[in-house]
Ligand binder design. Structure first.
Ligand code: S3P
Length: 346
């Protein structure tokens, strides 16, 4: 994939569109994808959620887009602040459109829709980012001149040079999701058991976000929850979920709350997601609420019902398919899931 990077105002979108047209490829702008996914402009997102939330959303969106193939992708000026994005770019043609600070200020200095120009000193931001652009790029193309067609020609020539004279690869243009299927649902839905059984039938690996989180941190989910609190747990859960969704090709099982995270929900947009639905009667049996007198006193049934009511819309939004698991064995549910996937491929 050809990826354009550079400071605000470098012309990434304009040049990117021209390049895509010449190569017969699709053009994708990471900021536009973010805007579509969150249903607001980048400026509104910054105002409502702050820069740090934007960066999380941006990172997840870009890691997902980089799983696709064959299009021309323009990244927002701050995207290379993420080490994971920089690492993911290692397999791509990264073009740095190099503009001088004077030219940047001429082009965007007065643009009130750019949140970074209001919250940061543009000289400092520019100085901080230059080395990162240059270090990440496969080719550097000067982009001060007011001739996007000419810059696009320079990009193609520079890429051909970098590839030993060969033109960039053939047109394509799909945004693919890595996971074959993602399983979501509340505690007691049987997500892990069903995911494992379905993966075995499909000859795929099954990765579980909670296990992945425990491997990454060397601590148990219970310990993190109790010692560090739910807020920290949710951050670690988000990182583990995004990592699995971007890198695993088999079945991915999400913990009951992961889907509520906006970045995780966004990265499920193009995924095949199965929601395992369950009511309190089956969930209580599977989790064992009814077997423990101590638990009956604490009334976990009530918390489960309240939590499920809150989460159901998020499960439903994410779901490609919903399977009702009431009164059924995990094997039976896994067989239905495999049938759905096979039906789609047929
Ligand atoms: C940003 C650049 C913008 C957009 C957001 C933050 C930045 O993209 O992602 O306003 O940090 O430089 P462009 O570089 O396409 O303007």
């Amino acid at each position: 994939m050809i990826v354009l990077v550079g400071f605000m105002g470098a012309g990434k979108s304009t040049v990117g569109r021209l390049l895509a047209a010449r190569l017969g490829r699709r053009f994708v702008d990471s900021d536009h994808v973010i805007e579509e996914r969150c249903g607001c402009t980048v400026q509104e997102f910054f105002a409502a959620e702050g820069e740090s939330a934007f960066r999380t959303f941006e990172e997840a969106t870009i890691l997902h887009l980089l799983q696709g193939e064959g299009y021309v992708l323009a990244l927002g000026g701050g995207a290379l602040g993420s080490a994971r994005v920089r690492r993911a770019l290692a397999d791509h043609d990264v073009v740095y459109l190099d503009t001088s600070l004077e030219e940047v200020i001429r082009r965007v200095g007065q643009d009130s829709r750019r949140p970074m120009l209001r919250s940061h000193d543009v000289h400092q931001l520019y100085a901080d980012r230059l080395a990162v652009y240059a270090a990440t790029a496969t080719v550097v193309v000067p982009a001060d001149r007011h001739d996007p067609e000419g810059v696009a020609s320079d990009v193609l020539a520079a890429l051909a040079d970098a590839h030993g004279g060969a033109a960039p690869d053939a047109p394509g243009g799909t945004v693919s999701t890595t996971a074959a299927v993602v399983v979501v649902g509340p505690p007691g839905a049987g997500t892990t058991t069903v995911g494992t059984l379905a993966a075995a039938r499909l000859g795929l690996e099954c990765a579980d976000v909670e296990r992945h989180l425990e491997e990454r941190t060397g601590r148990s989910v219970g310990d993190i929850f109790v010692d560090d609190g739910e807020g920290r747990y949710r951050e670690l859960e988000r990182e583990a979920a995004l990592d699995l969704l971007a890198t695993r090709t088999g079945v991915v099982v999400l913990g009951g709350g992961a889907v509520l995270d906006p970045a995780v929900a966004a990265s499920l947009d193009d995924a095949r997601v199965v929601f395992l639905d369950v009511g309190i009667a089956d969930a209580a049996k599977r989790i064992g609420f009814d077997r423990s007198p101590a638990l009956v006193l604490l009334n976990p049934r009530r918390s489960w019902i309240v939590q499920m009511e809150q989460r159901r819309p998020a499960y439903q939004r994410a779901a490609t398919w919903t399977i009702d698991t009431a009164g059924r064995s995990a094997q039976d549910v896994a067989d239905e899931l495999v049938g759905l996937l096979e039906g789609e491929e047929a």
